[in-house]
Design a protein around this ligand. Sequence first.
Ligand SMILES: *Cc1c(COP(=O)(O)O)cnc(C)c1O
Length: 394
Amino acid sequence: MEKIYLDHAATTYVDKDVLTEMMPYFTEVFGNGSSQHFYGRDALKAIDEAREKVAKAIGCKSSEIYFTSGGSESDNMAIKGYALAHKDKGNHIITSVIEHPAVIQTCKKLEKYGFEVTYLKVDKEGFVSLKDIEDAITDKTILISIMTANNEIGTIEPIAQIGELAKKHGIAFHTDAVQAVGNIPIDVKAMNVDMLSLSAHKFYGPKGVGVLYKKNGLKIQRFLDGGEQERNLRASTLNTPGIVGCGAAIEKAVKDMEKNNEKIQAIRNHFVQRVINEIPHIYYNGAKDPSLRLAGNANFSFVGIEGEGILFHLDLAGVAVSSGSACSSGSLEPSYVLLSIGVPMEVAHGSIRFSFGKINTLEQADYVADVLVKTVEKLRAMSPIYDEMVSKNY
Ligand SMILES: *Cc1c(COP(=O)(O)O)cnc(C)c1O
């Protein structure tokens, strides 16, 4: 049975060219980038080159790039680091209800330390409103953190306008761009971004490597104490192979972005059209305008059935997707992102995220659509609530 991977928003495989570039840094060039001898210098040279590549890909200086252990660490470092360094200026932070847990839980932690956080609502397609941001700003507001693109529904936020607003009010602006980097063009200067988080494993690089972009001159408190790595802002011996992989992956992702997106978007659109045409009583979640949505993302709710049931049948048929439910304390909670765009609780339980990537083909999309149509039919025939939900116009 052919295996079909439609969960690229969760993680991607490492591109073969990227792996080839990484390999020597596990064995021959194994030095510690901080060492004074030639082993260290060779490692440092590779790290510096990777830093240049990341900087070039997002439009900043290499001195503004800090390597971390992933997107989650970058989000923590930016938000906690900025908040704690500027707490005498104010204690108010603005973010949104649809952020990744790495941002939401970081903000929740800061609330325990006396910060006040506004979690902005979003509209039915997942967009944050500029007016809501402006209305939320007080003289205590020090930081705004809004994601560039959402991991569940693919909605791309108006980051440049939010950045402009933040700048006008003298407030720092962080964006979690983990889903966006490699998929849409990023230019931190044009976007008026002060801090940006990204993660290599979302664009065909290795897991466990992330980046925080921090504008030069912006003060944050250091978070991981120890050695003086990363201009004395983050301790720990640098992950040379991972960093080399991050640089290689971002360079390739940016170079191939247009070509990949064109292909991925065509496959995604074909799949979405088939699902909409062939399966009744569904919700297509997220931005309707494809130019404001990540090319690979499709998210549906199927009335009257459970996402886990669909996922199980697709899994048996060799198709890997995500059900968007987070298993918490033994009970399956529907996605908070879907609830916050107004999908009713009963319907949100029946949701699946399909995230296409550069290896997927049109034939695979057709196969998945075929399996999905049959699966939904079968599950609905057994569902004790489907007919009632349909009659209630869900
Ligand atoms: C994957 C993801 C993260 C976390 O990145 P890790 O490298 O897995 O820690 C953060 N934010 C978003 C939007 C993500 O998609």
